[in-house]
Design a protein around this ligand. Sequence first.
Ligand code: NAD
Length: 326
Amino acid sequence: MANQRKALVCGAGGFIGGHLVKKLKREGYWVRGVDIKEHEFVPTQADEFLLLDLREAHNCWQALSVKDGTFDEVYQLAADMGGMGFIHTKRAAAEEQREPAIDAYCERASMRGVERYFFSSSVCVYRDMEPGEPELTEADAIPAHPDNEYGWEKLYAERMAQAYARHYPINVRIARFQNCYGPEGAWRGGREKAPAAICRKVAMADEGGAVEVWGDGTAIRAFTYVDDLVDGIYALMQSDLEGAVNIGSEEYVPVNELVRIVMEVAGKDLRIQHVEGPVGGQARNFSKARIHSLGWEAEVSLREGIERTYPWVLKQVKQTRDEGGK
Ligand code: NAD
């Protein structure tokens, strides 16, 4: 530990945080993970894992306190978070118990002498777009008009982190993630994102049956495979790039195309049944020039990513059935 760089991952019991811990271990770090809960699917690979509610200031201090000096890097991914259904229906309730301490974490980190602080933002900070619109750069998030409170909250937290960076001796890196997917993430229960939800629906459907898709399936999205995303997070953290940076794949597809790819990978011929449901923005198209300037590009195609994700979701579905669940 004495000769290793030390990293703290907040939200290490979650999807991206869990994969980031593995990445940092591969890079040779000593890693402490912190979360309000254990990881649901895999044992943590962190050297140490603390169960802490980071909304409490004293827990933030505990998370940041480490023997032999201080953390070199803090990655803040803890959030009360879910897919579009969660964001639209439960978000107001989540806001009420929102974590001011998590946003102010940066200040405490700098007081503990942390060199670098990473904040996980989202492309939900941008306004809705029309299909075919030219791409938005990071600067185009202002004037702001996100279509949900989650986007506003992320924008505010970005501003706070940048303000701390101006006033304290700490380097802040901010990434705006596009939709991320892969194994070991929420796949049911309302917190899952579209790729996991579609994989689950296809896995559960009987041959010749139907898959329900919210809206008309024409909304355009890019989905980033989680291994690519954590490589991007790491590249950004090591860089000199200040200000927000979009990270995501360049492969934009309508949601109907995502469903078609999942069905192909599953080898199932199903009907798509469009039903009413929260869709979010109609189109997305964001510049990746800043992250590409670091030599990072998403490498895993949507098809390859689904080929790695679908079998994992299928396994969860089968296990749940075997255990008597639905
Ligand atoms: P996740 O829900 O899997 O992980 C978040 C983790 O934070 C969870 O394990 C949760 O228990 C933990 N957490 C919540 N409140 C906490 C608290 N008070 N104290 C300690 N831990 C707490 O979500 P994820 O998909 O891994 O997302 C990680 C980050 O990336 C979040 O900030 C999210 O907003 C952002 N993001 C994710 C996506 C995506 O597609 N997954 C897209 C854009 C942005």
